[in-house]
Ligand binder design. Structure first.
Ligand code: TMP
Length: 205
């Protein structure tokens, strides 16, 4: 039986990564073989592109093209083989992030992103997308706290608030458009509360 493809999304500072690690363990504890992976990245080639994407300034279209180049390798080398084996795949960001960041954030036309999507993963969509949603003030505070802790912010994390507002709006619009695939999680709550919601979800798997 084919595995289940679950993706995690949200603006920077939503706390997504904190929950991703816990979720991976919880899914494995339910007895599912799980591949936990991320974008941009997920393959040696994709991780090289990640380094460039997160640190080198480039045209918005170049950014979209490189996101999808990394994604094609990821789909071919990792995601499809895992799902075919019956493994579950938990992917920290996928194509919804391109619609939200390059589309919503940077203004790359939706039709162009859709055209790339059709080349890169025709017929493949996540079975479930968890959107970790927080108001901008919360994400900003979390990013500033991590910066104060000594971590330097990457190219996206250094964007202005208006950018994140557009990204968040684009994410919520997609959640509305694809309501059956998305589950919006209020990630402004304490970690324990979010975890309780995730635990309830995983208990049904
Ligand atoms: P991460 O910090 O969640 O690993 O994501 C890295 C950054 O890459 C994050 O700021 C969002 C951005 N990104 C895009 O802009 N477009 C995409 O398609 C993906 C997958 C990520």
């Amino acid at each position: 039986m084919r595995g289940r493809f679950i993706t995690l999304e949200g603006i920077d500072g939503a706390g997504k990564s904190t929950h991703a690690a816990w979720l991976a363990e919880a899914i494995a504890a339910r007895g599912h073989r799980l591949v936990a992976t991320r974008e941009p990245g997920g393959t040696p080639f994709g991780e090289k592109l990640r380094d460039i994407l997160l640190h080198v300034p480039m045209a918005h279209e170049t950014e979209a093209l490189l996101m999808f180049a990394a994604r094609r390798e990821h789909v071919v080398q990792v995601i499809e083989p895992a799902l075919d084996r019956g493994d579950w795949v938990l992917c920290d960001r996928f194509t919804d992030a391109t619609y939200a960041y390059q589309g919503g954030g940077h203004g790359v036309p939706t039709a162009q992103i859709a055209a790339l999507e059709a080349i890169v993963h025709p017929g493949l969509q996540p079975d479930l997308t968890l959107l970790f949603d927080v108001p901008l003030a919360v994400s900003r505070e979390r990013l500033l706290r991590s910066q104060a802790g000594g971590r330097s912010l990457d190219k996206f994390e250094s964007e202005e608030q208006a950018f994140f507002a557009r990204v968040r709006t684009a994410y919520l619009a997609r959640a509305h458009e694809f309501a059956r695939r998305f589950r919006v999680i209020d990630a402004s709550r304490p970690v324990a509360d979010v975890r309780a919601e995730l635990a309830e979800l995983v208990a049904g798997w």
